[in-house]
Design a binder for this molecule. Sequence first.
Ligand code: FAD
Length: 419
Amino acid sequence: MPVTETTKSAIVIGGGIVGVSCALYLQREGYHCTLIDKDKPGLACSAGNAGNLGEASFVPTALPGFIWRIPMMMLDGSSPLQLHYAQFPFQLPWFLRFMATSRLEKVTEIASSLRTLMIPIMDAYEPLLEISGTKHLVQKRGRLQVHGSAKKFKGAGFAMNMRREGGIEVQELSGDEARELEPALGPAIHSAYYMPNAYISTQPSKMVQAFAKALTANGGAVLREEVRRLEPAGDGRGCVITDKGRHSANAVIMAAGAWSTKLVKPLGVRVPMIAERGYNATLPHNGVDLKIPITAADSYVVLSPMEDGLRVCGMAEYASIETPPNWRLVDQMIESVEQVLPGISQQGRFDWQGARPSTPDNKPIIDQLEKHPWAYMAFGHGHVGFGTGAITGRIISQLVTGQTPEIDLTPFRHNRKFY
Ligand SMILES: Cc1cc2nc3c(=O)[nH]c(=O)nc-3n(C[C@H](O)[C@H](O)[C@H](O)COP(=O)(O)OP(=O)(O)OC[C@H]3O[C@@H](n4cnc5c(N)ncnc54)[C@H](O)[C@@H]3O)c2cc1C
């Protein structure tokens, strides 16, 4: 069915957290909004994440000194960073930029711009949770970052100080104090950082699907079609060509996560974004009653208490979206969890893999195309897309309606220097 032609119409491509948030915010501005996804909404990367909606995630992944650890991590088969050597030559330019972002002045710059995007995270989610009836899926549970030795604890001090300077409350706990707070933790935990004000979504996929349902309940449309190409419609509007037909609208928002580079390329935009694949295992009958989400920082694994069980998340596998999953990596993650939560049971375990849309500087692209003013970009959210989905939607609605965006978008432009 073609999209209704009205003076205020928008098409959002991609039914992940970013796309549904853009669509709901535009609908609130009176736009007739159509969400197009090749699949059902909420099944791709926005389904399998750790659900962390924390404001504290503004510290980038490549910190000073990181550059020296990369070669070892690349060669280590059990490292949380996995490469596919045949694909590596194509990814090399991305990696060089990524490594260049670990300079202190760049880290500070990235953290301060991401911080501006993260301050309003919960404020931006509030109306969307309300309209979709999903307030119960977001809970303030705090977050514990646990370490197995004094050395590792100290090593995390730089990032924690950045968080403190950014206004995040961080408490330092001994192993016993951490176990008092979270009795599921095992004796191998030496010390921990506790951030009491962190929020978690206990069922990310359900949340995205409820947002999509709220869109249709309020007059919007959700189409299951695969977008093939975008082009100008000739009247100042944009035209979206799918496997089922053509649709046009005043505004077209590209929010297709890791697939977005294919959409923008024919419009003359090249962005350094690659698929950084992650994995999870959900353990429904895990035998430990975890209350507080955990970052097991020594092994780069995140443990999230979800509605349907304990979710063990992690890995950064640099491989194209189409590469078959390597489920051995999930076994590797689970093995490392035994140290943190001894006696954990894998009964009923189910595994998942998905692709983070990652830019080398950890920052998403939130922008309007000068050459095609009907085209907007909302992708590249990497490790922080679930938290920053709603605020991205609010900013996109400000751009589409001609308002001054609530934050300075210079650091998020598509043509910024990425390193
Ligand atoms: C293991 C793991 C843990 C994570 N933990 C966290 C966390 O705790 N907190 C956090 O903030 N972030 C986390 N993230 C990152 C977060 O999940 C992503 O940044 C976010 O989900 C990206 O959302 P998106 O809407 O951009 O993309 P997606 O959710 O991938 O959605 C993109 C959609 O576009 C559709 N699409 C693609 N191409 C087309 C096309 N041609 N036509 C039509 N539709 C198309 C796809 O079907 C898909 O539904 C994690 C990621 C992983 C992998």
